[in-house]
Design a protein around this ligand. Structure first.
Ligand code: UDP
Ligand code: MG
Length: 310
């Protein structure tokens, strides 16, 4: 029996990139001689992205699109695509051709060998600054340490998932799923396909430093409870040090060495204050997450969709 593939493509202000992506991906998918759908998720673009998608969906029924009522972020767009995908294998790819479409058949080959998750692994990352590569590798090490998960290196959102895995990911109700972390967390049989990451040729990255920081933070908070244990550790170490200072001080006084009391009291009080602030702050982070989850707001809102009739 022939398999069906779903290509999920989040797009934000990509009016120029979409036609180029379409021209590139269609011949690659046609060559497979198996059914497929391409699901674009318009993440609240401000340019003519939606008009471009309407045009494509009109002339080609394999092109489906969903359009958000505003910008909810790439991760939300990906999960929306996953929830609407009907393929036996689902491939998530960026529209800017930085992830080469030619790698898709290689991923499918691995899937046919029995792998349930196939990561696109970048051997070279053209056009990325040393600082970006260095900070992202440092971040990954940190995230792996605190979460205890085997998150592969040089791997982004370009991945293939088996239907089984997509169903599991879709069933996770967490509002702030971090795809790289969740993929490691779900397990299954995973492998990698290597590719060279190209430079963007049209448009520009939508990832400002602020957006990247937000994503990195979401990874830490959603994939680990380490900050919570950190609060406990800071509290215990703070308490231990204060106690040690107090004992040392008492011993010194007992030995007849006169020390000005205020010199010790002042830092002790400030340490206690900072500990209490840190603990409260960290607890608030988790409480906020619980609060947001309890509000039950959807992760995204679709305002328009096309070609999903079947
Ligand atoms: N994207 C999105 N919503 C956003 C930001 C980006 O859907 O808020 C899409 C974007 O159109 C592209 C993919 O996510 O298809 C990756 O974005 P980008 O190329 O800007 O990221 P970079 O490659 O610089 O990490
Ligand atoms: Mg890009």
């Amino acid at each position: 029996m022939k398999a069906k593939y779903s290509i999920v493509v989040p797009v934000y202000n990509e009016e120029e990139a979409i036609p180029l992506f379409y021209e590139a991906v269609i011949p690659v998918m046609d060559k497979l001689k198996e059914p497929y759908e391409i699901i674009f998720v318009n993440d609240g673009s401000k340019d003519t992205t939606l008009e471009v998608l309407r045009g494509l969906a009109e002339k080609d029924k394999r092109i489906k699109y969903l359009s958000f009522s505003r910008n909810f972020g790439q991760q939300a767009a990906i999960y929306c695509g996953f929830e609407h995908a009907t393929g036996d294998a689902v491939i998530d790819i960026d529209v800017d051709l930085q992830d080469p479409v030619e790698a898709i058949p290689l991923m499918i080959e691995k899937w046919k060998e029995g792998y349930e998750v196939v990561h696109g692994k970048r051997t070279t990352r053209k056009g990325e600054t040393f600082l970006k590569k260095f900070t992202s590798s440092l971040y990954l090490k940190f995230l792996k340490t605190i979460s205890g998960l085997k998150i592969p290196k040089n791997v982004g959102e370009f991945k293939l998932f088996d239907r089984k895995v997509i169903d599991v990911i879709n069933s996770i109700p967490d509002k702030d799923k971090y795809l790289r972390g969740i993929t490691a967390w779900v397990g299954f049989k995973q492998t990698e396909v290597e590719f060279v990451r190209n430079e963007r040729t049209v448009g520009k990255t939508a990832y400002s430093f602020k957006k990247l920081l937000k994503l990195a933070w979401s990874g830490v908070i959603s994939m680990s409870t380490w900050p919570m244990t950190l609060a406990m550790k800071v509290g215990m170490w703070g308490g231990f040090l204060s106690l040690a200072a107090f004992i040392t001080f008492t011993v010194l006084v007992c030995c007849g060495i006169a020390l000005p009391l205020l010199v010790w009291i002042f830092p002790t009080i400030t340490i206690c204050f900072s500990i209490s602030f840190i603990l409260t702050g960290l607890n608030n982070i988790y409480m906020t997450r619980t609060y947001v989850a309890s509000q039950g707001r959807p992760r995204y809102i679709v305002s328009e969709k096309k070609n999903f009739e079947d």
